[in-house]
Design a binder for this molecule. Structure first.
Ligand code: FEO
Length: 130
């Protein structure tokens, strides 16, 4: 089941970054699907690794574009990115200690909410700047 559907309301006005966001939404959907499948929990750490890796790639590209265009809120934006990566790495550490359904559900809810809120608010603020 699709939890997150990217649509034009999430567009930041840059095709490359919109594509990154679509991919991030899809990765979250895959994690949700996986959680629901019978043996999905075994794959969750691997999927989280993939999400962290792609998120780092996306943040780096986004920050580079903001810097190139002299976006005035780059520092605040970067702080939010760094917080999310730190939190995701903490979840990774927790998952590595063995499966805990509460942690997995909490992690997915947090990542889902963070991603949608961040794209819809902070990311959209740079629309027109880059
Ligand atoms: Fe698209 Fe600021 O992350």
């Amino acid at each position: 089941m699709t939890i997150l559907n990217w649509n034009s309301a999430y567009s930041v006005g840059n095709p490359q970054l919109d594509e990154h966001h679509r991919k991030l939404f899809n990765l979250i959907n895959t994690m949700h699907d996986n959680m629901k499948s019978q043996n999905g929990t075994e794959d969750l750490p691997k999927l989280l690794d993939e999400l962290i890796s792609y998120t780092q790639y996306h943040f780096s590209a986004e920050e580079k574009l903001m810097s190139m265009h002299g976006y005035p809120e780059l520092n605040e934006h970067k702080i939010e990115h760094d917080k999310l990566i730190k939190q995701a790495l903490e979840y990774k550490g927790s998952l590595g200690k063995g499966h805990d359904l509460t942690i997995s559900i909490n992690m997915l809810n947090t990542l889902t909410n963070w991603l949608t809120n961040h794209v819809a608010t902070m990311d959209k603020k740079y629309k027109g700047h880059i």
